[in-house]
Write a protein that binds this ligand. Structure first.
Ligand SMILES: [Zn+2]
Length: 250
């Protein structure tokens, strides 16, 4: 079998309906040895049919399952040279993920996604700007992605910078975008300093929610797709100490 990574090992986690879609849409390739031993599936980039079979819910389920595989130290097997070849003529990613620049949360790795699986936008503090918003519109409206995910993380230096009111070149205006989230943390959380990790992490989560709200408010194209349930919007927080993404309740 050569199912896509959505469905590889994930079938156990996210249920048979999705696995059934996989069997209908995925090609097969034996990767086992000739003696008939257990064959371990190898993931491959999504095809147009695989992407079309995804829904906003199944896309989110795959991000959750991928992170669970990462945390368990059981990423799917991949064949990078084969994936490069298979994806060269087109891409059909199932999600677009906005996450922080931080080197400790390389998003494809921590979500166990491979070549062609997700669009990835990374910027310090996972803030939104017009170019990233335009990229999300491309990902969803033009390229068929089913989910927008905004993933912040614990102990984020950009959030700390906003808390500390750091002034540094072009970073200053970036941090300004985060300040409303810092202010949104309830007044009883104190001390309100970058040394208070609980405060910093609450501000980071507020920032994720703020960016999700901005995506909806600032893009009529994405808002319409969300209202028509053509795409989903999810937020999450990555824990640097455990490798786990906690997806936010709506
Ligand atoms: Zn960060």
């Amino acid at each position: 079998m050569r199912p896509h990574s959505f469905f590889n090992r994930v079938g156990r986690t996210i249920g048979l309906p999705l696995l059934a879609i996989a069997l209908l849409t995925a090609g097969c390739k034996s990767t086992g040895n000739s003696s008939g031993g257990t064959m371990s599936p190898v993931a491959s980039p999504p095809t147009r049919e695989m992407q079309a079979a995804m829904t906003p819910d199944s896309a989110l389920a795959e991000l959750k399952a991928g992170n669970a595989r990462f945390v368990a130290g059981q990423p799917v097997r991949r064949d990078a040279p084969a994936d490069v070849k298979a994806s060269a003529s087109g891409q059909y990613p199932f999600a677009v993920v906005l996450s922080c620049l931080d080197s400790r949360q390389p998003i494809e790795i921590v979500l166990d996604q491979g070549i062609g699986d997700i669009f990835s936008a990374r910027v310090a503090g996972n803030v939104l700007n017009d170019d990233i918003l335009g990229s999300m519109e491309f990902a969803c409206k033009v390229s068929g992605a089913k989910l927008i995910a905004v993933i912040g993380h614990s102990n984020c230096g950009a959030i700390k910078g906003a808390v500390d009111d750091v002034q540094l070149g072009n970073l200053t205006s970036l941090l300004t975008k985060i300040k409303p989230a810092v202010d949104a943390v309830p007044a009883d959380v104190s001390p309100r300093t970058s040394k208070n990790y609980a405060f910093v992490d609450q501000a980071a989560e507020a920032n994720v929610r703020l960016v999700m709200q901005q995506i909806r408010e600032r893009s009529p194209i994405l808002r319409e797709m969300l209202d028509q349930h053509q795409i989903g919007l999810a937020g999450g927080m990555y824990d640097l100490s455990t490798g786990q993404v906690r997806f936010l309740e709506k």
